[in-house]
Every structure is written in C-alpha cells, then in structure tokens.
Ligand binder design. Structure first.
Ligand SMILES: [Fe+2]
Length: 261
C-alpha cells in the first residue's frame, strides 16, 4: 500500500533562489544538483525537487509535519532565525492552534505555498526529526481539480487511498503518511485566499511490500501511462504526473507506528 510521498517535483524560475530558500533558510541538505534541477533531502525517505523552466510557475501547496511538542520552536526558528514572514489569516493571526492541530503558512520565492503542521496524535519518536524545522514527513500535497468527486474516487478506488473530510470542494485522500489534498479549482487556498491554479508537478508515492511492483504494474491498466520501468510507473491524470514507486525504506505499518487515525 502507499506509505509516503517519496518525491515532489515542482517548477522554479531560479535554482539559486530555491537553493537559498530551501537549503539556506529551511536547512534541507542538497541531495543532487544539475544545470537544470536541484533535489533536496527532506527526510531519509523523501526528496523535494525543483526543475528550472522558462514558463510561469503556478504555485503548489504542500505541508511538512513537525512534532506537536516542538511546534512553537519550529515557528520561532522560521520567524527569527530564518527570517521568513509567516502569512496571516484575515484576523491577523499567524498560527492556528486548536488543541489538536497547529499550523503556519509561508511562501517560497516562486510563490509555492508551504505549511508546517503538527497534530497532537502523531507519535514523535517513530521517525527522525530532520533539520532545524524538525520535519517528520511530507504530509500534504495539493491537487486542484475540476471534478473533486471523480479525482478522489479514482485515488480511493484505484489505489486504495482512504478518504477523510469529504466535501463537494475538498477531500483528503490518504495513503500512509501521504495526504493528497483534493480541492476544487474554485476553492481558494487558506489562509491568504490564494487562487488554486493547478501546479505543474510530479508527485511520487512510495509503496512498500514485496507485492508492490506487481501491484503498481496492475495499476497501468486503462490509464495514460507516461513511463514505466521495473519498479515504477508514471500516470498522467488531470494534468498531474503521478508516479508510483516500490520502496523498501518505509515500513508498511508506518501509519500505525505514528498513531495516525
Ligand atoms: Fe494544507
């Protein structure tokens, strides 16, 4: 089954800009770098990649999960040490903390909308805490789509993702630690009312288990397959490149180890 987001690849108009932000300010190590692409190591099992492109960048939304007990330290690091302005809600607040969920939002130089979130129920010792932002895992990736019902139905029916917070214009489709935020293109991103343009992105979901390669191969049936190799498959759907790859570095029971609901 899907356990995690193994890689998120986004577009940028400046590799130097993303290096300064993600390595210099957020403290993510550089995993690899070419003339046209830079890849950061978010956790031992997740990378964040930026490909330089001569075209306007439609901002993506994604979220890092951080430990509940460290949320205020993470926010202090972002504001004071990194000097990153947090985005404000219409009432002026920079963070939300309802007793079970805390989060804060900010943007990078291309306008991608980042979030740090912390949930009280997440066990903090099941995964390493990475870098000064203490990232446990890449939790959310936003998918603005025309038809929320059809897209979430595809993710759950085809790939076994579980659905939560099911609304006409919003749904979480969940596989392990990975939360696809399926939203209507007409629903704006909080907290700044950002228009939900579909970003140009490739999202790689990792699967564990000995049967993962066979399971992935079976998923190609009837889909628009862009590429396929031994352990992976890239499908085009609603303009998104969605890759599934067999991985051995994340335990199949990661959700249970973290106490995810
Ligand atoms: Fe979010």
């Amino acid at each position: 089954m899907i356990t995690h987001v193994a890689d998120l690849t986004l577009h940028t108009v400046s590799l130097d800009g993303v290096r300064q932000f993600y390595n210099g300010l957020l403290g993510l190590p550089i995993a690899s770098e070419t003339a046209s692409e830079i890849r950061f190591r978010v956790t031992p099992f997740t990378t964040l990649t930026f490909a330089e492109t001569y075209e306007p960048v439609a901002p993506a939304h994604f979220a890092f999960e951080v430990p509940w007990s460290s949320f205020s330290d993470v926010v202090a690091y972002l504001k004071r040490e990194a000097g990153i302005p947090l985005l404000r809600w219409p009432d002026g607040r920079e963070t939300i903390d309802d007793g079970t969920l805390a989060n804060a939002y900010f943007r990078d130089g291309d306008g991608h909308l980042l979030e740090v979130s912390a949930h009280r129920y997440v066990r903090e010792d099941a995964l390493p805490q990475n870098g000064p932002v203490k990232i446990l895992y890449l939790r959310e990736v936003g998918f603005p789509v025309e038809d929320v019902s059809a897209f979430r139905g595809w993710l759950s029916g085809r790939f076994g993702m579980k659905l939560a917070k099911v609304h006409d214009d919003f749904t979480f489709a969940i596989g392990g630690t990975a939360h696809a935020v399926v939203v209507s293109k007409r629903r704006r991103w909080i907290p700044i009312g950002m228009l939900a343009l579909p970003p140009n992105m490739t999202v790689t979901f990792g699967l564990s288990g000995r049967d993962a390669p066979a399971r992935i191969r079976a998923w190609a049936e009837g889909e628009t397959v862009l590429s396929a190799d031994g352990d992976g498959l890239t499908i085009l759907r609603d303009g998104y490149r969605i890759r599934f790859a067999a991985k051995t570095d994340v335990p199949a029971d990661i959700a249970a180890r973290l106490h995810l609901p």
